[in-house]
Ligand binder design. Structure first.
Ligand code: HPA
Ligand code: ZN
Length: 337
């Protein structure tokens, strides 16, 4: 890739819409927090932990991801984790970020919902003040747990309703279809929350369809397997349902073997509202700009594609219409449009 395109990808204003804040915990911070909190890890060193990041599928990643999150105990821990991510996002010229958080990973360990949300939220407020970087939160339900557990979590979240903008669905996809959470999502919709769900990452295209029909989601997280179903692909394009694609995640979790095998360009060519995101940047080898760079290195993508992806990221975001206009204006100005 030439230096100009590289520079464009790094410097263009962008939104990141698919990242799990617990997936931004770098091994160094995991060890620092473990020490601060007296938590014992099953890894002797940062290097040994990093060596364990050789995943064969989604589940093998999730096992390590949940182990890493076990060092988070205090509000300050959640603040420090979030602040570290926002600093990296700012370095990558992210102007707006939507952060997933997994309360059940923490409440199951006896950490209160309040501790989790207040720590993360406080960091987002500081980032807005310091860099004019806006960040909002999306609460995810763990799909390997029960519907009842999700309802309990929703109930717990209600006093903090003003601190998050939507709900999502993550964790082990196979065997946990969207319909398991249809009633919870219906209640979230009543509450005026935005709705998203992971679907079609490892799971089949039918999960994308049921996420749309039964959960009424506004975006699909991942969704890369939609191309296996031409009718579904047409529907996603026609209805402009955004896909939050995470290229390095897909490669690390063996959804695609190598960067050149990724279907990002095919998704764009199918007319889909594709966005590029980092998913779990500390585990998958890079933050959002690294995802752009590796895709543009591997596939015949050009500056027009970069423009499209930057626009899509704001179009697909949950910002208010005035902010959307402002950000799209920043993109147009950056690209001289
Ligand atoms: N997929 C499902 N659940 C997750 C992921 C993912 O990529 N990252 C963190 N939780
Ligand atoms: Zn994800």
């Amino acid at each position: 890739m030439d230096a100009e395109l590289r520079n464009v990808l790094q410097r263009m204003p962008k939104a990141e819409l698919h990242m799990h804040i617990e997936g931004s915990l770098e091994p160094e911070l995991i060890f620092a927090l473990a020490e601060r909190n007296g938590v014992k890890l099953n890894y002797a060193s940062v290097e040994e932990l990093r060596r364990a990041y050789a995943f064969k599928d989604l589940q093998s990643f999730l096992d390590i991801y949940y182990a890493g999150a076990s060092v988070l105990l205090t509000e300050q821990d959640f603040y420090d984790m979030t602040w570290a991510y926002l600093q990296r996002a700012h370095d990558d010229n992210v102007r707006h970020a939507e952060l997933f958080f997994d309360p059940q990973t923490h409440t199951e360990r006896g950490v209160s919902f309040e501790t989790v949300v207040n720590g993360i939220y406080r960091a987002t407020q500081d980032a807005r003040r310091k860099w004019d970087l806006s960040a909002s939160l999306i609460m995810c339900f763990l799909r390997h747990l029960s519907e009842e557990d999700a309802f309990i979590t929703l109930e717990m979240s209600l006093p903090y309703r003003d601190k998050f903008v939507g709900v999502g669905l993550d964790s082990s996809e196979k065997g946990h279809p969207p319909e398991k959470f249809a009633r919870v999502f219906a209640q979230c919709k009543e509450l005026g929350l935005h709705l998203v769900a992971h679907a079609g990452e490892e799971g089949p295209p039918e999960y994308i369809e049921t996420a749309l029909d039964l959960l009424q989601v506004e975006r699909i997280d991942h969704g890369v397997r939609c191309l296996e179903d031409p009718e579904l692909t047409k529907r996603l394009a026609r209805d402009r349902v955004p896909l939050t694609v995470c290229p390095l995640s897909n490669i690390k979790l063996r959804v695609f073997d190598k960067a050149v095998d990724h279907n990002l360009l095919k998704l764009l060519d199918a007319g889909l509202v594709v966005t590029v995101n980092s998913d779990d940047p500390a585990y998958f080898g890079g933050y959002v700009n690294e995802n752009f760079l590796q895709m543009f290195d591997a596939l015949p993508l050009n500056k027009e594609h970069a423009y499209q992806l930057a626009r899509n990221s704001f179009e697909a975001s949950f910002v208010d219409s005035e902010s959307r206009r402002k950000y799209l204006g920043e993109v147009d100005t950056f690209f001289g449009k």
